[in-house]
Design a protein around this ligand. Structure first.
Ligand code: ADP
Ligand code: MG
Length: 450
């Protein structure tokens, strides 16, 4: 009753914007006869509330309950209902998944694509590490040890960064529907900051971004050269991170390669865990196509999936485009869906110059150059790690890049070694590749030389 009267008086005495922003969304405060406890979602909210509303609030309370009455603030994250998005600007501001909304509904309001879930994500060597990190975050958002906070996922376009990020959001909302998850494209954040400054509504923007439990911010390379955005981002980051809220970012390159960024912003990106996504290999491309065909309930013969996967090596988006194209134009009977027909359909996407055959000698040259060794070193009997590791990488690549060539041939080209030595090297490097991002980068760099 005490609070009801106070809230009514506040509504009359505050500007409508202020009332909506600072009072209306509050949980029911608790009154024990002498102290009014007001629950707020975080420190930022508390600071603003004390600054803007506290003096008036105290007067009103003491008028109601006598000069001894006190106000206490308590930070409580759960059960907090955020103030509604102002009707005039629904599209620009990211929607907030409010508590008590069924999970599916929450995902909708958080701006998540329903297909971008972990279930629909195919895991392979190229994305295994980022996937594992995303699962860890999704299961334990805002982990108190900050091991994965922020999670920074990077890689080229169309490789599944956005998909993984949405998957985190879906999983969190499914497990903990009371959490507020916000997905935002960096471009939109930049826009919000600009409009916020122009229309003097930064408080509103801050409230929106600083009172979430999981912030998913896509394509942060877009902040490059945008000083005010970076300033705002920096404080948003600090507020959320300090209160153990989960942050996830994606970018098209690793933190160290981003240009046009303040050092302090880069250092924040690098605080937690970075995980990269590489272009998928043939097996993963085939698996993705099969999964998509299955989702679309379309029958696509294996040789056609293989043909597409073999010929389209760029983006996963292109792979899907090719598959859609084939399915959309598929003839009525299965027998008619031939490779020749598909080749014709996809002639703009497929490069039909025959694949270049990469020889063992070429691999050896590239590996030697990368490690600043000579080809003779690779063929030698030297056993020091600085030579034997590059040699194993060489054997691995010779095999991986040309499956026509036999283990025996590779062994003989690498100084007359046994085929079991080659097999051992191949398996060792393959399994290390799954865990070691640094090795993945080395391999990618050598491939670039070929
Ligand atoms: P990015 O954000 O890295 O540019 P997206 O996440 O938008 O890439 O992915 C592009 C398309 O490829 C999406 O339709 C996505 O579902 C699909 N995709 C990417 N990686 C995978 C994967 N590992 N398994 C299944 N689909 C994937
Ligand atoms: Mg993306």
């Amino acid at each position: 009753m005490v609070w009801k009267n106070i809230a009514q008086a506040l509504e009359q005495q505050l500007a409508p914007d202020e009332y909506r922003m600072w009072v209306r969304g509050l949980d029911m405060p608790q009154w024990d006869g002498s102290t009014l406890t007001i629950y707020v979602p975080n420190q930022y909210y508390l600071d603003r509330l004390s600054e803007k509303v506290y003096p008036l609030l105290k007067d009103l309370l003491q008028q109601q309950a006598g000069p001894e009455a006190r106000i206490e603030f308590s930070i409580r994250t759960r059960d907090f209902v955020p103030p509604p998005v102002p009707a005039a600007e629904p599209a620009r501001l990211p929607a907030i998944a409010a508590p008590a909304v069924p999970a599916g509904q929450a995902a909708l309001t958080a701006g998540l694509n329903e297909r971008y879930t972990f279930e629909h994500f195919v895991v392979g060597d190229s994305n295994h590490y980022a996937y594992a990190a995303a699962i860890a975050v999704a299961q334990n958002p805002g982990d108190t040890q900050h091991r994965y906070n922020p999670l920074f996922i990077y890689g080229g376009t169309g490789l599944g960064k956005t998909h993984l990020m949405h998957a985190i959001g879906h999983h969190v909302l499914q497990q903990r529907p009371h959490l507020r998850v916000v997905y935002v494209n960096s471009e939109q954040f930049v826009n919000d900051v600009i409009v916020g400054i122009q229309q003097k509504k930064m408080d509103e923007v801050r409230l929106r971004y600083r009172t979430v439990d999981v912030l998913l911010m896509d394509d942060v390379q877009f902040f490059s050269g945008k000083d005010q955005t970076q300033e705002e981002f920096f404080h948003t980051f600090n507020t959320l991170h300090a209160s153990h809220k989960q942050l996830v970012f994606t970018a098209d390159k690793p933190v160290n390669d981003l240009v046009g960024f303040e050092q302090r912003v880069l250092s924040r990106f690098a605080w937690g865990l970075s995980a990269d996504i590489q272009p998928p290999n043939l097996e993963t491309r085939i698996a993705i196509l099969k999964k998509r065909a299955e989702e679309m309930r379309a029958y696509v013969p294996d040789e056609i999936t293989y043909f597409i996967a073999h010929n389209i090596k760029t983006h996963i988006r292109d792979l899907e485009g090719a598959l859609n194209n084939v399915i959309a134009h598929a003839p009525f009977t299965r027998q008619d869906l031939t490779v020749a027909l598909v080749k014709e359909r996809l002639k703009d996407m497929v490069d039909d110059t025959p694949a270049r055959i990469i020889t063992i000698a070429e691999v050896q040259k590239a590996v030697a150059d990368h490690f600043h060794l000579t080809v003779a070193d690779l063929k030698s009997r030297k056993k020091s790690n600085s030579v034997s590791f590059p040699r194993q990488v060489g054997m691995f690549l010779a095999r991986q890049l040309n499956d026509e060539v036999s283990l025996i041939e590779i062994g003989s080209e690498f100084g007359g070694r046994d085929h079991s030595t080659v097999l051992y090297a191949f398996n060792k490097i393959s399994s290390e590749l799954e865990k070691d991002q640094n090795l993945a980068r080395i391999i990618a760099a050598i491939k670039e030389r070929l």
